[in-house]
Design a protein around this ligand. Sequence first.
Ligand code: PMP
Length: 432
Amino acid sequence: MSNYQQSKQLHERASQVLAGGVSSEFRKFNQPHPLFYERGEGNRIWDVDGNEFLDFTLSQGPLILGHSHPHVLERVTEYSKAGQIFAGQHMLELELAEKLQSLIPCAERMRFSLSGSECDHAAIRLARGYTGRQKFVRFEGHYHGWFDNAVWGNGGTKEQIGPRENPTPVAWTKGLPDRIGEEMIVLPWNDLELLEKTIAEHHEEICAIITEGVMCNNGCIPPEPGFLEGIRALCDRYNILFILDEVITGFRLGMGGAQQYFGVIPDLAVFGKAMASGYPISALVGRQKYMQLLTDGVVIHAGTMNSGNPCIAAAMATIEVLERDNTHEKLFRLGKRLIEGLQAAGNASKHKVLVQGMGPMLNVAFTDAEKVTDYRGTLDFDKAKNGAFIFGMQERGIRLIGRGLWYVSNAHTDADIDRAIATATEVLAEME
Ligand code: PMP
């Protein structure tokens, strides 16, 4: 392949108008430079140089039905003809809310926004508003959007994060008010003992514990048995809100998200990404007694663009197809084959490869470890080998997320899984 000429020129041009040539930090890192895409359909995407890729990025998760699903496009077109946004209520919005209420265990009430970041932000505000306490607990390597409250502890080197018993909240970016870092406690994930000890000492100042249901922003790490249950028990004991960030797990692990999959019901949860096939919509859902603060206007949530017609229609259409096609059975089946096949390819190669995940999402890493349970474990991942693998796959027509996460969609087939495993085998054999 290796023909990225048009993309190269367009990227140079874009760099004169868009900062870094992109509209989101994560798009900067593609090798050899960000690519320009022209078209996506089903399991494939084409760039401006005519390269065709089998796509496992799914636009970082949203495209659970693949690109350009006809039912989604049809519903969006139909409902947009009636108007784009009303700054008022509309029927399909109500129907979507009723649908989510019936599907998601903790969703007694909800509000719609545009992005996961906004709803994570609103959830933390709501927890502070309800309890009157300032601090919250979050976990190393988890990502809860790019807003000031949330971008501490999602990264950092071993030296920066310090000892595991008392980690330093490391800021992801400049420009954050220093004091926000003091308003959270960052802990390693999957360490219930440490969490219990910390909560016992600090519960009087803690409003919430926020976690992803499966840690997907560094590796793809399931919760250890009892960990989510342990969070639930601590929150009950000390009147702390349990916020489950379902931006990745929502509609991916099942119609009721990670909370249904693991059988642990949070107080508040945030949905986004796969809910609407790439249209901007997210949902803050939760128990009525907490959401009542929004009802009363004691805690404020707002947004001019919230619940516009195309977004609501896209969410409705996506949910209809997910249910109609029994999609999750397929995602787990294909994902399991992918995990086993990629691990076998890794084992047969000269590299140390670890494939971890749930099926609908999974991660390929280069590491000696046989299992990783937290962010600290991912710090030993070999980034150079990962980069070479991702680029090798791209060169053979398979598009992956740069950090090693794979998403499976309803549009993927058994033949796609076979091809991905065979291609990975070739790339691993070629790599130094
Ligand atoms: N939470 C999680 C778990 C995420 O993975 C992301 C995005 N990757 C977000 C929140 C933020 O969502 P958005 O990019 O829609 O703001």
